[in-house]
Design a protein around this ligand. Structure first.
Ligand code: CA
Ligand code: CA
Ligand code: CA
Ligand code: CA
Length: 245
């Protein structure tokens, strides 16, 4: 029997395709061997070992060109923090509103979602989950139970640095609060993170290029249905992060 290369090539191509399309919005985060220096740089050995995943799902607006927006992220954890390293390629940084509470989603901002107990469900005006909008000058904003935005700058430490004319890297150490969080109290304690814990999360970016609004909103997870801008209301669309050793 003659050996044919064609099925082999087809199989290999299909396998490659299926691997490339394995973007499922979930992440296995490894434990950091020591506390990270939050400087916007992934110089720590732990970051070098962590796997990139894409921020490439269009949640709002037209699909951006490669020069308009590209994003990817990595995650790590330790008992005190969930860490994100996010690389954004953006042709124009735009921070047009002076007040962080003025249409905070419309300026360029990194938006990180966390659902501590992976309960899913609605979180728009509750603390069942958080949608942290991190502005270019590090204000952290989410909606509170009185249907008004809250400044939650003490919930995370963030720093971004410019790598080249279009590339910015963000490093974030996030404290994880659970659904007992009380925005009227000063004694909220973050959860101590432990191995094998599973949480809901998503990584996203609001891209404003100078038009007084975000032109695109791009996330780390595919959202079913016509309306893909659901993360700020519904934790059910989040992916899953598992904390491994
Ligand atoms: Ca660092
Ligand atoms: Ca852009
Ligand atoms: Ca929850
Ligand atoms: Ca931009």
């Amino acid at each position: 029997m003659k050996f044919s290369l064609i099925p082999t090539i087809v199989c290999f191509t299909l396998l490659s395709c299926s691997l490339l399309s394995a973007q499922d919005g979930n992440y296995q985060a490894r434990k950091a061997s020591k506390p990270l220096s939050i400087d916007g740089k992934a110089s720590e050995a732990d970051w070098k070992k962590a796997r990139w995943k894409a921020i490439d799902q269009v949640w709002l607006g037209a699909a951006p060109s490669a020069s308009d927006f590209q994003g990817r992220y990595k995650m790590l954890w330790d008992k005190n923090f969930l860490y994100f390293f996010v690389e954004i390629k953006d042709d124009s940084l735009s921070d047009q509103r002076k007040s962080p509470l003025d249409n905070w989603w419309e300026d360029d901002c990194l938006e990180l979602f966390i659902d501590e107990n992976r309960s899913k469900g609605i979180h728009q005006f509750t603390h069942n989950a958080f949608a942290y909008h991190i502005t270019l000058d590090y204000d952290v904003v989410d909606m509170g139970t009185k249907q008004q935005p809250l400044l939650l700058n003490d919930h995370l430490i963030a720093k971004w640095t410019q790598v080249d004319s279009v590339t910015y890297t963000w490093e974030v150490a996030m404290k994880v609060f659970n659904d007992t969080y009380d925005e009227n109290s000063k004694s909220n304690k973050p959860v101590i993170l432990t191995p094998n814990k599973v949480m809901g999360f998503a990584v996203s970016y609001n891209d404003n290029d100078g038009n007084m609004r975000r032109e695109n909103f791009i996330g780390s997870i595919a959202v079913a249905g016509e309306d893909k801008n659901k993360g700020w209301i519904d934790a059910g669309i989040f992916g899953e992060v598992k904390l491994v050793k």
